[in-house]
Write a protein that binds this ligand. Structure first.
Ligand code: D61
Ligand code: MG
Ligand code: MG
Length: 343
């Protein structure tokens, strides 16, 4: 096929970005021009990989080698696939347009994207047949699907020279950025994930939920509300573990547009955790931050002061919920301390 002029490939990429991503499209499009295209394409490459991972209609003997080889497919202008659902079907069918845009990126950016795609694909394959049992498995799975995104972004920031060379060697802090976001998603999406057709894939660690129920499904039953809430609160408390490292990471950023790009998803995450904590609606419906509250952050967030104020507000809500629970919930003390640490 003929290579479309660069701007038509990018036009496809940005239209796909806005179709497949509710939250990240806004913050990606407000990045400095030097980084914007690379991060947009980075998002679409990994979203395509995740579409393969998430598609339960793809059998393991096809899925496993494809996840592991995907880092080579991203250079193959003929590769596309009929899989996924909704807007993802278009992304996968017209994927060569993403490949053409990817091949027009600077080699330094291509290298970062290919390396992260390779590591994420291997990690996803490792967990296709392995259940998330221990908290260690949970942290490892979230490292593969989200921690690596933070690590790759770090390297793109350094490569763009919009942030210092130090960002090449900040894997541990960058990893926490991803774990905080991914664990928040996993906790919030309990009902959506467990009702997934044809087969649900759950990532709640058995080491935690196994103390509160025999089967994860049990939390749907109103008769198990107390146990469900206990498990939910322990998972939120575990996710809060990462927040101080996320603040440490963001304090090192110097470019205001990159700062906002990193800070807005983090504020949404702590706001979501505060909403989920001790909230039985997680098991009966959808828990989402109000659009008005999110719009405020997209506008307001400009520096560490604003970020500390936003974390302070949500951590305060979570701390006061935990304070009320201290008598009944054994983990409330830890949750209260971790939330207070953020204020
Ligand atoms: O299918 C769905 O709708 C949700 O899928 C979830 C899943 O399958 O677990 C799951 O899929 C994970 C695998 C594909 C990751 C795709 C991605 C996401 C955000 C990006 C942001 C910027 C650049 C590239 C990005 C790549 C998912 O989307 N989880 C949401 C949290 C992912 C956070 C990634 C991340 C990590 C560190 C960050 C640091 C700074 C700014 C943004 C960051 C964003
Ligand atoms: Mg997904
Ligand atoms: Mg996935």
């Amino acid at each position: 096929a003929k290579v479309l002029p660069k701007d038509e490939n990018l036009a496809f990429c940005y239209s796909m970005l806005n179709r497949v991503s509710r939250s990240f499209a806004v913050v990606i499009q407000r990045l400095p021009p030097e980084l914007r295209d690379a991060v947009c394409i980075f998002y679409l490459v990994l979203r395509a990989l995740d579409t393969v991972e998430d598609d339960m209609a793809i059998k393991a003997d096809v899925k496993l080698p494809l996840l592991r080889a995907f880092h080579e497919k991203i250079y193959d202008r003929s590769w596309s696939m009929n899989c996924g659902y909704g807007a993802y079907v278009d992304l996968m069918k017209r994927y060569p347009l993403v490949t053409d845009a990817f091949l027009q990126l600077k080699p330094g950016y291509q290298k970062v994207i290919a390396d992260i795609t390779h590591r994420m694909g291997d990690g996803m394959a490792e967990f296709i047949e392995k259940e998330v049992v221990t908290v260690r498995d949970y942290d490892l799975y979230c490292h593969y699907v989200a921690g690596l995104v933070g690590i790759g972004l770090c390297q793109l920031f350094a490569s763009s020279q919009l942030e210092s060379e130090d960002f090449y060697k900040m894997e541990d802090l960058a990893n926490h950025m991803g774990l905080f976001l991914q664990k928040t998603n996993i906790i919030r999406d309990y009902l959506e994930d467990i009702n997934e057709e044809p087969a649900p894939r759950m990532f709640w660690p058995r080491e935690i939920w196994g103390k509160y129920a025999k089967k994860l499904d049990d939390f749907k039953g109103p008769e198990n509300a107390q146990q469900a809430i206990g498990c939910l609160n322990e998972l939120v408390t575990d996710a809060l573990r990462h927040a101080p490292y996320c603040l440490q990471y963001m304090a090192k950023l110097r470019n205001p547009d990159i700062f906002r790009f990193c800070a807005i998803p983090q504020v949404m995450a702590i706001g979501t955790l505060a909403l989920c904590y001790d909230n039985h609606k997680v098991f009966t419906g959808v828990v989402k931050m109000r659009r008005g509250e999110t719009a405020k952050y997209v506008q307001l967030l400009g520096n560490m002061g604003d970020l500390f104020r936003a974390f302070d507000l949500f951590a305060g809500r979570l701390a006061s919920k935990a304070a009320r629970l201290q008598q009944t919930d054994q983990h409330a003390q830890t949750a209260h301390e971790r939330a207070a640490e953020l204020q």
